[in-house]
Design a protein around this ligand. Structure first.
Ligand SMILES: NC(=O)c1ccc[n+]([C@@H]2O[C@H](COP(=O)([O-])OP(=O)(O)OC[C@H]3O[C@@H](n4cnc5c(N)ncnc54)[C@H](O)[C@@H]3O)[C@@H](O)[C@H]2O)c1
Length: 239
């Protein structure tokens, strides 16, 4: 079983690689920098910017040539945008474009590149890491919130259009996870306390909490489920 994980060099993606290896998957990792990636036995790691159509096409062609199939695609690579990307009228246009390019165009391009192989197999699963910010608006994160809503609907669109082909598509919506993306906030005690005060279970998620959910989806269990948003947020969006 071959799993492609984008953004597999850090945070949730890295933990997902570990979890999927434990489930017996052979990994094909894509990231901007794979110099520190250990893809494990028989695995591969390639540099690719998921927002670059040519780079994505070339990377998936190379993955299929090397591994022969793609059973699971984890669309995980993502960014939040720079510090200036806050509320709508203050968000620089180039920040908005970049966040949408990585967080929506990226899953689109990677899914587009993986689906022909999945269709030929008559089986496959696209798992897209959206966010709780795709379900409820995050304050001061306009582009990110818009992008994660887009990523979630991209996952649902694929689920609908490919239902009946053996290809499924689901999303995972993490809440607040301790990764390099968020560590700057958790390093400031007052900001960390404010984050945790909003999480009913009383702690931020570790990357392994999200990787565990992705691994359950990737395992093929819950096989009747497609187009679902699996929320892993410690109860953040419950109220
Ligand atoms: N950390 C959180 O609290 C949180 C919450 C909800 C959703 N998410 C989502 O989870 C995913 C992973 O985030 P993380 O917290 O592990 O972040 P991270 O910054 O630790 O890791 C992101 C990885 O994606 C890679 N990446 C970024 N842009 C890329 C591109 N254009 N092409 C290829 N790779 C690229 C980075 O190099 C990095 O390895 C993202 O989609 C993020 O939006 C994170």
């Amino acid at each position: 079983m071959i799993a492609v994980v984008t953004g597999g060099a850090s945070g949730i993606g890295k933990a997902t690689c570990t979890a999927l290896r434990a489930e017996g998957f052979t990994l094909a990792v894509l990231d901007l920098d794979v110099s520190a990636v250990d893809p494990g036995d028989g695995g591969s790691a390639r540099v690719a910017d998921v927002s670059d159509a040519g780079a994505v096409e070339a990377a998936f062609a190379a993955i299929v040539a090397e591994h022969g199939r793609i059973d699971v695609l984890v669309n995980n690579a993502g960014i939040t945008g720079g510090p200036a990307a806050t509320v709508c009228h203050e968000t620089p246009v180039e920040d908005f474009d970049r966040v949408l390019a990585v967080n929506v165009r990226g899953p689109f391009l990677c899914s587009r590149a993986a689906l022909p192989t999945m269709l030929a197999q008559g089986a496959g699963h696209v798992v897209t890491v959206a966010s709780a910010a795709g379900l409820v608006a995050f304050p001061g994160r306009h582009a990110y919130t818009a992008s994660k809503g887009g990523a979630l609907m991209l996952a649902r669109s694929i689920a609908l259009d490919y239902a009946g082909t053996g290809v499924r598509s689901n999303a995972v919506c993490p809440g607040f996870v301790r990764t390099p993306m968020t560590q700057w906030r958790l390093d400031v005690p007052e900001l960390a306390a404010a984050v945790e005060a909003n999480i009913p279970v009383g702690r931020v998620a570790e990357p392994e909490d999200v990787a565990d959910a992705i691994a359950v989806l990737a395992s093929g269990r819950m096989g009747y489920m497609t187009g679902h948003a699996l929320v892993v947020d410690g109860g953040w969006t419950v109220r």
